[in-house]
Write a protein that binds this ligand. Structure first.
Ligand code: FAD
Length: 367
């Protein structure tokens, strides 16, 4: 007899939601994580009383009422609304592109004036079949928005010239002809009051967990102690990289505590000018309307992933998709292993989507 009904590898949102459902269904569950703490990428570190989003700014947003009610049953969410500001050569513009942005760019005051300006620039560019990301962006929003708000930021994010990036990366660029700085269109949005660790603590309450424990250090021991495995780590690592390594983009964070109460007046400021090496500065206290005497800011530098760095964004190009599909074929043949979450499925998931997926996988795989 195995010691556990279910061993969950990884305590991020996928693993924690799955663990919660399995434990509630009466299963004997163990969650392990190789990091020294639980929560995966939503883990927050408390610095000077401020919840610092250690693995990048995380803003919860969803239109799925079931998911919203589910997360709120563990911790209430505050009214934080993401309204990023872009800094281009010292000038500030509201994001997403909306009437405030158009007023700052061109002094236009009505939606008709703004539409005419954009349409005129799209017409002047005369691009009918965009061959790369630059042409795609200009054909959608015109040259000014592209040059000031898209080009530098995108080139830093991908480490490549926009002319060398495929057009499909940008399918559409939402343009809003209202004075609305809310970045997301979802019905619900916010940050857990007291930080994301409260959500993870709620999900994992009463469940056995082991941190600082890497599954690959003793995989036969773990396999022999459980009936079922839920794996949320890297799928290529699970198969010893036998077909090669999947590629990622990563982000390097430079985080510092500043002796001032309010550094930039907003949680998120994007730097869209190519000459500034970082993409964004996050001021963490503003996610929770903090009034601590100090503040903590993180500069984000986008970078190519290599061993030792955090694998953040899968590179879903043709080469990596072919490689992932080879691993996926092996995964499909496993009887007792469920692969879930952003690393095991090699897919970018927002938090609400990964929760939705874990709830679905639980019903599918265990019940
Ligand atoms: C920079 C960044 C910003 C983001 N911002 C947002 C946002 O604003 N809003 C939003 O909705 N979503 C955001 N996301 C997406 C969000 O982070 C994911 O939806 C979520 O983290 C996915 O959870 P997961 O459980 O799949 O993966 P993770 O949170 O990565 O959890 C996987 C866990 O598995 C552990 N693990 C891996 N291998 C092993 C092993 N061999 N043994 C033991 N443990 C192992 C890892 O240590 C990790 O804790 C962002 C993502 C990134 C990268």
């Amino acid at each position: 007899m195995s010691k556990y009904d279910c061993l969950i590898i990884g305590s991020g949102l996928f693993g924690s939601v799955f663990a919660y459902k399995a434990a509630r269904a009466g299963k004997n569950v163990l969650v392990i994580d190789k990091r020294p703490y639980l929560g995966g990428n939503v883990y927050c570190e408390n610095v000077e009383g401020i919840n610092v989003h250690k693995y990048g700014a995380h803003i919860f947003h969803t239109s799925n009422k079931t998911v919203w009610d589910f997360v709120n049953s563990f911790v209430p969410f505050n009214r934080y609304t993401n309204s990023p500001v872009a800094n281009y050569k010292g000038n500030l513009y509201n994001l997403p592109f909306n009437m405030n942005t158009f007023y700052a760019l061109w002094g236009v005051k009505t939606p008709d004036e703004a539409k005419e300006k954009i349409e005129q620039q799209c017409r002047e560019a005369g691009i009918t079949e965009p061959k790369n990301l630059e042409e795609q962006a200009i054909s959608l929003v015109g040259r000014d928005i592209y040059e000031i708000l898209i080009k530098g930021y995108t080139e830093k994010q991908w480490g490549r010239d926009c002319k060398d990036l495929p057009a499909f990366i940008i399918k559409r660029l939402p343009v809003r002809f209202t004075f609305d700085n809310n970045y997301f269109n979802d019905n619900y949005q916010g940050i857990p009051v007291g930080g994301y660790n409260k959500l993870i603590d709620g999900l994992l309450e009463g469940i056995e967990t082991k941190t600082g424990t890497d599954f690959f250090e003793d995989r036969s021991y773990w396999k022999s102690n459980t009936d079922k495995i839920v794996f949320t780590g890297k799928i290529d690592e699970f198969y010893d990289y036998q077909f090669g390594k999947l590629e990622y983009r990563t982000v390097r964070f430079e985080t510092e505590t500043l002796e001032c109460e309010n550094y930039q007046g907003n949680a998120v400021v994007n730097y869209t000018d190519a000459s500034v090496p970082y993409t964004r500065i996050i001021e963490h206290k503003h996610f929770e309307f903090g009034n601590q005497p100090k503040t903590v800011v993180s500069k984000e530098y986008s970078a190519e992933w290599s061993d030792g760095a955090d694998p953040f964004y899968p590179v879903n190009d043709e080469k990596n998709t072919i490689l992932y599909n080879k691993y996926y074929e092996l995964a499909k043949k496993e009887n007792n292993v469920i692969f879930g979450g952003r690393l095991a499925e090699y897919k970018y998931y927002d938090m609400d989507k990964v929760i939705e997926k874990a709830l679905f996988c639980f019903r599918d795989g265990i019940e």
